[in-house]
Design a protein around this ligand. Structure first.
Ligand code: FPP
Length: 239
């Protein structure tokens, strides 16, 4: 199959990926959960490279939700370490022309993680290639609520006219300001739900749920999901 032009020919602008199944993968292999995340981080790197290769303009990976704090501290700490390692790599590798963006509420994150996030973003700010977004301490409802608060503040200080508030303007208050809406959401691991991921941005996305666990997710799985997307008839509420 000619995969080189696949993404472009299908008009895909933004893919969202819910990296799910690390824990089950670890259990299946008799390993601690953090090893599942570590293997999941390798898969994330491979998938990022596949997205570059396939010419995906923008990809968002769901790395840590606002609900994930309820996991054991050891697991949360190991995830934070994996995020920091990735950011260090991005800074060392000159980031392959990727534009990095973190989506989510940074306030609750440890200082060192926040600092690295800001540095890695800053370092890629003038890049011109693919957008790689990492949803970290992200929750879709929190994002919308946050936008509503900002809008309300601007309204009360007389800086925003509610008549001018259309979908485009509202979107500019979200973490994804300036990024395209999501065309395709891929969720491996057999679960069939959105889990508070990009709920505004994925309003008209196509969903592809796959049975593979995230650590085993391969470039072929990504291509299969894109091919499946190509078979869908997107009508956006029309006929
Ligand atoms: C969900 O699987 C996965 C997560 C909560 C973490 C995802 C993070 C990574 C893959 C680490 C690498 C990311 C970066 C950006 C370096 P789960 O633990 O809920 O799996 P389960 O449902 O099988 O228990």
């Amino acid at each position: 199959m000619d995969t080189e032009n696949l993404v472009h020919s299908l008009g895909i602008r933004h893919i969202g990926i819910i990296m799910d199944g690390n824990g089950r993968w670890a259990k299946k292999h008799g390993l601690p959960r953090k090893m599942g995340h570590s293997k999941g981080a390798d898969t994330f790197r491979n998938c990022l490279n596949s997205c570059i290769k396939l010419g995906v303009p923008c990809v968002t990976f769901y790395a840590f939700s606002t609900e994930n704090w309820s996991r054991p501290k050891e697991e949360v700490d190991s995830l934070m370490r994996l995020f920091c390692t990735f950011m260090d790599e991005m800074m060392k590798l000159q980031s392959k022309n990727i534009r990095l963006r973190f989506l989510g509420d940074r306030k609750a994150l440890p200082d060192d993680v926040r600092k690295k996030m800001a540095e890695a973003e800053e370092m890629t700010v003038n890049n011109t290639g693919m957008w790689c977004c990492i949803a970290l301490n992200y929750g879709g409802r929190e994002e919308i609520l946050n936008a509503a608060r900002k809008i309300s503040e601007l309204y009360h200080s007389g800086k925003l006219d509610l008549q001018s508030l259309d979908e485009e303007r509202f979107s500019s208050f979200l973490y994804t300001d300036g990024l395209p809406y999501v065309d395709l959401v891929i969720r491996p691991s057999g679960e069939k739900r959105l889990s508070n991921f990009l709920i505004w941005q994925a309003a008209y996305a196509e969903f592809v749920f796959m049975d593979v666990l995230w650590p085993d997710f391969s470039e072929n799985d990504l291509i299969d999901a894109i091919v499946e997307y190509g078979k869908r008839d997107r009508r956006f509420g029309g006929v």
